[in-house]
Each structure stands twice: as structure tokens, then as C-alpha cells.
Design a protein around this ligand. Structure first.
Ligand SMILES: [Zn+2]
Length: 501
């Protein structure tokens, strides 16, 4: 391709052989006609759930309780009898007084069809009575460890489900079939490809059925997915004494995969919850509850699980949002021979001292700047201003040499990499601008950084000889708000805005 501007290196033409960049030449003089970036790598998202969600009722535009109830009632009329009505992107923090919808309001729409509204943060839901009943939850059911069934003043369930309690009811929903899963994964991959993404990491494979999900990712990759898949599998489905898959079966399922296209990368553990639902484990206190959030596992338990993963040769990836849980993850990683193999997800609240510790560990840290764009109001409602304004200390981490990547956590957010890059370059109102970073660096964290997060350094994420020719083409200088006109994976055109709008 001639007369192009190449991101991160000089030159105006390149050649591709066997799917990889083989040479770069020329110098970028004169106005380029096209701009080339490496494909974006979204190293923390939820691919199958993204695909399944694309077919569900979306509540993003609802600003009041009435908006939500009306959308649910209209959708309900179009459904097959008995099927679950699952709506996504519910967010009570947009409502007057941040008051949750409760069970009885949903029962008024249908008391027989299970209805579940999933919170936009993915850690909470609102259920109607039929959904609670289908999950065998009643007012005698004790709260699960690391979760809570919301109750009204008289002690009756009000349908609000937090953390593990939300998982208890969500897991009562019927499981999608292998065909439905494969289709959903392909649908998600096509949507991601339009945004310039050429590789994506599913951060919770095994939430329904590990065997079926691995088969579905493999099938989607073989059926020509435009996006390469990396998979972090829910730890218990591989290492739990009672619940784990047979090791021979897991070996067989992963052996069939072409690792360039689809690969199991490591195991995922949750250490805490989220800020919006006051369930992240923090050292300070949440403004709404006065509490310090929730650890999913006790300190000893978490250390045990992580040690087990490390000893089994897998990479650990730990969701930790609060500073309190991040300390515990670092305590565990510091005992490993090689902490650099492992990842920390989110690390939203960090002190200077914690940043120094992370730098010493030299593990990879993933951050999702798009959160600032979507959840600023929820963060401010939950945290003291001096904490909320300093969330996601990207610049401070980079200054200390911490290995970082940017990712989306889609479907919790929209998932357009340019929205994340925009929020990192120009942090939204309410967030300190001293943590802003330059555009070039932000693009690098969504490409080269993603390759580091996935242990794909040297094979993708840069415009370099010998790397996969995974790249995006722009008609004008790319910046937040831009869309690629073409996307290539292994030198092959996988998306063209002229044919697929
Ligand atoms: Zn996630």
C-alpha cells in the first residue's frame, strides 16, 4: 500500500506475505492519502455476552423508572410465553434519588414470566417474583457469601440482587445452545471488527458451560471470525475440586484450536465487586452505604486460589477495583517466582505506594478509560471527591514504568476503542487532568499494550516486519470520533465500510 502514514514508524508503503508484514519502505513526505494503525486489541471484554446482549432489550436510553417500566412492558408483549425477559444496561443512578425499581413494579408487568434487569455494571440485577421463584429464592434464603438479596423494611425480598445474589438468579436462566453461542460470538466479532478490533480477550469463559463455550469459540474462529480470540477461563471450572472440567477433556478441546486464531490464555478470578453498587473492596467508605465494600473471597482463600493457578502453570487475571482488594492481590503475587506472567484487571483506586508496589511486581495491569465516560456520576455518588477524581491513574502508572493496556470490558460499556482513547487523552469533567496522556500513547496502549496483556508481544500490535498484518485504514488522520474505512486481519480484508456500513 503506497503513500500512507504509518502509526508509530516512518514510511509510506509496506508489503504483506503469508499474512504478515514483510517490508516497510519510503519516507512519509507529502500529504498521505491513507493512515494505517495496527488493529486494536481489546484484551478485556466479554465476547459471548456481547453477542447475546445484542439481541436483548437495551435500557441505555431510559432516564427514569417510568421509561424502564414502559420499555419492559412493550418488549414483554412481543415475547413467547414462558421465555425469560432479560433486559440489559439498567442504571438506577440516572433516576431521581437513585431509587431502584423493585420486584412489585415488575410483577405488575408480568407475575408469571421471569423478568430480570441487569445493571450496567454487570454486578447487580433487579428480579421479579417469577425470576426469584425460578431461581428457588424466597424470603428464607440466606444471603450467599459475597452477595446480598435486597429486602424492604418489612424484611421481604424487594428484587434487588447484589454480586453473588445476582449471579444466583442469573444462573437460573436457561443456557444458550452451542449454535446460539457460536452465532452470538460471530455477531460480536463482526461488531468489534467494524471498530477496528482484530483481537479480543474474553475475560470470563465458562460462566455457563466451559466445554460448550470452548467449542463455540473454536467453531466461530474456524468459521472465519474477523477477530482473533484469547480466553481467560473462570478459575473454578478448571481448578475447583468438585466443579472442574476433566483435564483430558480440556486438553482435547484446546488442542483442536489454532492458537493464532483462538487460544486459552489463563484463569480469571474476582477479588471484589464494583464502585457503582458499593461492592468494590476499598480502604475508605462508600458514601451511600457507609461500608467498605465486599471481598469475594477471604484473604487466605484468595491467596490459595491464586497460588493454585500459578502452580498449575496458568496465568492469573484478577478483577480488583478497590484499593483494599488490590493490596491482597499484590500480597499474593509477591510470593510468586515470576509475577510478570500475571495480570491485574481494573486497579481503579491506587495510592502512590501501591503504584510503586505494582511497578516492582512488573505484572501487567489493564485499565478501561471508557468507564470514566459512562460511570462518572455513579463514582461521584459513591466516593469522596478526592478519590473519585483520581480514579484510573494512567499517567502516574506509566511514569513508574508499569506495563499497561487499555480495553473496554464490553458489554458493560459501548466498546468503541476511540471512546476509551478519548477519555484517557482528555479525561471527562470531574476527573483530574494530571492523569491525561498523549494521543499516540493512548493508541499504543490499545494496540501494543493489548498484545502485552495477551502475551502476544512481537507477533501483533505493531507495524513491524514479521508481525501479523492486522491493521486498520483511515481516510483522514485518526483521532477520537474516527471510524476505520477498512480493517485487515492477516493481510485479508475483513471489514470494508463501503460494503458493510
Ligand atoms: Zn470484565
Amino acid at each position: 500500500m503506497n503513500n500512507v502514514s504509518l502509526f508509530g514508524r516512518s514510511g509510506n508503503s509496506f508489503t504483506v506475505e503469508n499474512g504478515k508484514f514483510s517490508s516497510f519502505s519510503g519516507s512519509s513526505d507529502g500529504a498521505p492519502r491513507k493512515y494505517i494503525l495496527p488493529g486494536f486489541i481489546d484484551a478485556h471484554c466479554h465476547i459471548l455476552p456481547t453477542g447475546l446482549d445484542l439481541a436483548k432489550l437495551q435500557l441505555d436510553d431510559c432516564k427514569t423508572q417510568e421509561d424502564v417500566l414502559q420499555a419492559v412492558a412493550e418488549w414483554e408483549k412481543t415475547m413467547e410465553p414462558g421465555a425469560w425477559l432479560h433486559a440489559v444496561h439498567y442504571d438506577q443512578t440516572k433516576f431521581e434519588g437513585s431509587k431502584h425499581i423493585v420486584c412489585a413494579q415488575l410483577d405488575a408487568i408480568s407475575s408469571t414470566r421471569p423478568i430480570l434487569l441487569r445493571h450496567v455494571n454487570g454486578h447487580a440485577s433487579i428480579a421479579n417474583s417469577a425470576a426469584l421463584k425460578a431461581a428457588r429464592v424466597d424470603h428464607n434464603t440466606p444471603d450467599p457469601d459475597g452477595g446480598e438479596f435486597g429486602r424492604d423494611d418489612s424484611g421481604q425480598l424487594n428484587g434487588v440482587l447484589l454480586e453473588k445474589a445476582h449471579e444466583v438468579v442469573t444462573s437460573a436462566m436457561p443456557e444458550p445452545s452451542l449454535e446460539e453461542m457460536t452465532e452470538a460470538i460471530l455477531l460480536a466479532a463482526q461488531e468489534m471488527s467494524k471498530l477496528g478490533i482484530t483481537a479480543a480477550t474474553d475475560m470470563m469463559t465458562g460462566r455457563w458451560n466451559l466445554e460448550k463455550e470452548l467449542m463455540a469459540y473454536h467453531a466461530a474462529a474456524e468459521q472465519g471470525s474477523p477477530v482473533r480470540f484469547r480466553l481467560y477461563v473462570q478459575w473454578a471450572t478448571v481448578l475447583h475440586e468438585r466443579k472442574a472440567i476433566q483435564p483430558e477433556l480440556l486438553r482435547e478441546l484446546t488442542r483442536q484450536m489454532n492458537p493464532d486464531l483462538c487460544r486459552m490464555e489463563g484463569l480469571k478470578v474476582f477479588a471484589d465487586g464494583a464502585i457503582g453498587s458499593a461492592t468494590a473492596a476499598i480502604h475508605s467508605r462508600f458514601r451511600t452505604t457507609g461500608g467498605r465494600g465486599q471481598l469475594i473471597y477471604s484473604e487466605a482463600n484468595l491467596a490459595d486460589i491464586l497460588a493454585k493457578i500459578d502452580a498449575a502453570g496458568w496465568k492469573c487475571s484478577v478483577h480488583t477495583i478497590g484499593d483494599r482488594s488490590t493490596d491482597l492481590v499484590m500480597d499474593a503475587y509477591e510470593k510468586f517466582d515470576d509475577p510478570t506472567r500475571h495480570r491485574i484487571e481494573h486497579a481503579m483506586i491506587l495510592s502512590d505506594q501501591q503504584i510503586d508496589r505494582l511497578a516492582n511486581l512488573n505484572c501487567h495491569v489493564t485499565m478501561q478509560p471508557e468507564f470514566l465516560h459512562w460511570f462518572g456520576h455513579a463514582y461521584r455518588a459513591q466516593l469522596e471527591p478526592e478519590i473519585s477524581s483520581h480514579l484510573k491513574r494512567v499517567k502516574s502508572c506509566l511514569d513508574k514504568g508499569i506495563r499497561l493496556s487499555f480495553n473496554s470490558d464490553r458489554p458493560i460499556v459501548g466498546g468503541n476503542p476511540w471512546d476509551g482513547i478519548g477519555a484517557a487523552v482528555n479525561r471527562p469533567e470531574g476527573f483530574v487532568i494530571s492523569e491525561n496522556i498523549p494521543l499516540e500513547k493512548a493508541i499504543d496502549l490499545y494496540t501494543h499494550g493489548g498484545a502485552d496483556a495477551n502475551s502476544d508481544l512481537g507477533s501483533m500490535g505493531e507495524l513491524k516486519e514479521g508481525q501479523w498484518a492486522d491493521y486498520q485504514v483511515y481516510d483522514s488522520e485518526p483521532k477520537p470520533g474516527s471510524s476505520p474505512t477498512q480493517v485487515y486481519r492477516a493481510g485479508e480484508l475483513v471489514y470494508d465500510s463501503n460494503t458493510v456500513p
